[in-house]
Structure formats: C-alpha cells, structure tokens
Design a protein around this ligand. Structure first.
Ligand code: AMP
Ligand code: ZN
Length: 462
C-alpha cells in the first residue's frame, strides 16, 4: 500500500517576503454578510507587469432578502451549508501542476497524473498546484458569519501547512479596481496599473462611503453614511414606488435594478404621454442635509444621509394611493436623482480640497454602481464643477458586489508586502480601514506577522 506523505512546515517568524515571488496562488473565502463566495486567483508577473488569472469564482447568496433585508440566522445557515461544497468544487479548478507524467497507457485522457497516484477508491488522482496561502475575510461583518469562513480557512491553512491572511472586507472593496485592471491585463498587456492615490465611492446595500486610497493600508474615509446605506434606501423605496403588478411580473429579484428598469424603461414614450397629459405633481423630495447651519457645513460634508429620502417616498406614496404608473415613474426618477446628486455633492466637496484637487480616478463600486443613471449624474456633476479630467472607473459588477475574488486580491497585495496573519486571529465585527480610526485601522488590530527581516512591511509601488 502507498503511504501518503504530509509535509509539516516548521514555524519560522522570518519567512521570505512574497516580493521575491513571480507567481502567487491563493484560495479565498468571503462570508461576511449573506454571500458565500470562494475564489482561486493566480497572480503572475509577466514582463514585470502584474496579471491576475481567475481560476474559480462563485458565490451563493442566501435568500434572506425575502425577509426585507439580510436575515442573520438564514445567512449564517447558508454559509454553513454552502461553503464546504463550494470549496470542494473550487479545488477542481486549481491549476494543474507541471509534474512528470507516468504510466501513459493507463493515464486518463486529460490532466497530469503522478506515478502510482491512485486514491483509496482506486481512482486516478490528478495533480494540481497547492495554493501558496489562504485568504479569508476577517471583518468587518456579522461575527457568526465571519467565523464560518475563518474556521474553514484556518483548517485549510493548517492542513496544507501554508500561511493564512485575514483581510479587511472594506480594504478589499477599495483595492478591487487594481485587481480588475490586472485581470484586464491578461487580455490587453497595455492596460495600465491603477495607481494610488484614487477616490472610491462605495455604494452598496450595506455601505455608502467616499474613500481616499493613498496606499495599500492607507484609506482615508472622507464621508460615511449617518444612517442607512444608499442601496438599502433604494430597495425600500422600490417596494413603495413600483406598482404591485409590475413587482410581481418582474424577472429580477433585486429591487434596485427593478427601480431603474421601472423608471427608465420605455421612458421616452411615457414622457411624451406624460407631457401631453401634464399631470401636476404635488410632491417633492427635499435633498438630504440641505438645511444646515453654515457653522455645521464642514461636519456634514463628511456625512451622507438617506433615511429622509426613504421617509419622504413612503409619505408621498401613502398620501397619494391613486398615483398612476407615469407619476410613479416620475417619483422613481426623482428618488434616484436626489440620492445620486447627494452622493455627487460629497465628491465635489472633496475635490475642492487641495490634497484631492489633482485626483485622476474616481472608482464607483458596490451594487448601486450598476445603475446607468448614477453614471450620468456623477459625470454631469464633475463636468459642471470643472472636473472634466476626473475619470470615472466602474469595475465589472461581479467584482464590486461582495465577492471572494476581491478578498483574494487584497491577500495578494498584502502577501507581497510581507504580511501574514497568525493562526489565532479572531473575527472582527467592526474593523476600520482609516488609520486615524480608534482601532488604528487595518494594521491597528492584533494578529499581523511581519515577515521582512527588519520587522517592517512594505507598501507596494503606487
Ligand atoms: P451589494 O450590497 O454590493 O451586494 O449590492 C446590492 C445593492 O445594490 C442592493 O441594495 C441593490 O438593490 C443595489 N442595486 C443593484 N443594482 C442596482 C441598480 N441598477 N440601481 C440601484 N441599485 C442597485
Ligand atoms: Zn461589501
């Protein structure tokens, strides 16, 4: 009988930094909210340029949205149920190892097999590369959900005797466009790097943030929501605005895209109809944080607020139950316009400061970034304020909603800079990305191991 061999790594505090590595392979797990996601990403250095190859990337979202929002228990159970099968599928996508082939006659027709590599059931075992390290979301997020991912990640790291990296979910969101540029480079080698610094407007169901990313671990939060996230508000308003029959007949199960579709589908015809019949709207939505004292202006410029828009829409629809479809479309448009102009207002305020006046890129990510009207409102606001040179970057949607690929990429960048996590790290419900925050931001928490001999970690080239 063949004896299986397990290589046990001796612990060394001075591992060689990843800077020397040409290729890096990681398996990443994301379970911070209601998406169970697993990715296998390989980062290659080709002609001194970083290229990212996605070998596997899948997610399963719990159907807790039926409860009018993420249901913590349903989401937790969904992670427990789906994570292991997802990882098992992901392993089938690990790149093949370039091992010597043997036993040509009996070898199955695809893949690379090692001599005598039959498993206990007598099946041929294919030989695949082992990841260089495991990446997992450590926080912020729902603690129980994070723990499901982290425990699995620790198990894999221990079993495979490879390092573990527990990364900050929000940092991963902020670094996403650097990954999408690296993925793009696999098809077009001329794709440039997205260099630090850049601005990110993160607009999703759980977050609304304007972030100034100056380096791998240096992300200054310029504005954050004082109440609910913009996506959450849009979801709530969609249920109030869209007529029941349209809601029921919609192919989408997401309220945000439904509201956009309802507001703009066949808009030209509806607009003509509307103008010829001239219905007068008796309602209006006041822009958030409009009536503030000049002495409070600076404080409020660091805040978004969306709950007032949600309340206004609820009031308008309940006071006008007979509102026809055209007027509801107008209300849908007005809701989005007021919300998106509010987002734009904080960007414009930020760009007025000296430090940010030379900003070249504004990244827009999160589920709401898929809204075409948001792109129009932002472009109009930038141009009207003489920021025509600011480029709007919208990463592909699959990478800007919650996903494990972005976690993998954050792991790559951190690994390269010499960071590892200790195996005793705990999930963090709250974890800031801004170094000036109370917890010290990304590097302020316990559990980081420095692998460079001088004890420091290195920021990557901008
Ligand atoms: P995320 O939290 O990043 O997974 O994104 C989900 C959020 O984005 C939900 O609140 C969605 O309703 C919202 N969303 C997705 N697509 C759109 C869209 N086209 N317009 C407005 N909101 C959207
Ligand atoms: Zn997120």
């Amino acid at each position: 009988m063949r004896l299986s061999c397990l290589h046990i790594r001796r612990f060394s505090p001075h591992v060689h930094p990843g800077l020397l590595r040409r290729n890096l392979l990681t398996l990443a797990i994301e379970t911070s909210c209601d998406d169970t996601s697993v990715a296998i990403i390989e980062r290659q250095k080709i002609n001194n340029k970083l290229v990212a190859v996605v070998h596997f990337h899948e997610k399963i979202t719990s159907d807790s949205k039926l409860y009018g929002g993420v249901h913590p228990i349903i989401a937790h159970e969904s992670h427990q149920k789906n994570l292991a099968p997802l990882i098992s599928r992901a392993l089938q996508a690990l790149p093949l190892k370039g091992a010597k082939q043997d036993d040509e006659e009996n070898r199955p027709s695809h893949g690379v097999y090692l001599k005598n590599s039959k498993n206990i059931d007598g099946d041929w075992e294919i030989c695949r590369k082992k990841p260089d390290f495991i990446t997992v979301t450590r926080g912020p997020g729902m603690r129980a959900n994070l723990i499901t991912g982290m425990d699995t990640a620790k198990g894999l790291a221990v079993a495979w005797q490879i390092p573990l990296l527990g990364v900050n979910h929000m940092q991963a969101h902020a670094l996403t466009p650097r990954m999408t540029y690296a993925i793009q480079r696999a098809h077009d080698s001329e794709t440039p790097d997205l260099k630090f610094p850049f601005l990110t407007l993160l607009v999703s169901g759980g977050h609304t943030m304007l972030v100034h990313s100056k380096g791998l671990c240096q992300h200054e939060v310029l504005a954050n929501t004082a109440d609910i996230a913009v996506g959450d508000m849009i979801d709530k308003c969609a249920r109030d605005i869209i007529p029941d029959d349209v809601l029921k007949s919609s192919k989408s199960v997401m309220y945000g895209p439904m509201l956009e579709e309802f507001a703009f589908h066949d808009w030209k015809a509806e607009k003509e109809h509307h103008e010829s019949n001239k219905p007068t709207t008796t309602w209006s939505i006041t822009p958030p944080l409009r009536n503030i004292l000049p002495s409070d202006a600076q404080k409020y410029s660091a805040l978004f607020s969306f709950s007032g828009i949600g309340s206004a829409v609820k009031r308008i629809t309940s006071q006008n139950p007979t509102m026809d479809k055209t007027e509801r479309q107008l209300l849908a448009r007005a809701t989005m316009r007021v919300a998106f102009e509010h987002l734009a207002s904080r960007v414009i305020i930020a760009l007025k400061t000296e430090e940010l006046s030379a900003t070249e890129n504004l990244v827009v990510s999160g589920g709401v970034a898929s809204n075409k009207y948001l792109l129009r409102v932002l472009r109009t606001a930038l141009d009207a304020n003489r920021h025509e040179s600011v480029k709007l970057v919208f990463p592909p949607l699959e990478y800007c909603t919650d996903n494990a690929a972005m976690i993998a990429w954050a792991g790559m960048e951190l690994f390269d800079a010499g960071y590892r996590s200790s195996l005793d790290i705990m999930a963090l419900k709250n974890w800031a990305i801004d170094p000036s925050a109370k917890d010290g931001g990304i590097l302020g928490v316990d559990g980081w191991l420095n692998v460079n001999s001088n004890g420091s970690c290195q920021e990557p080239d901008p």
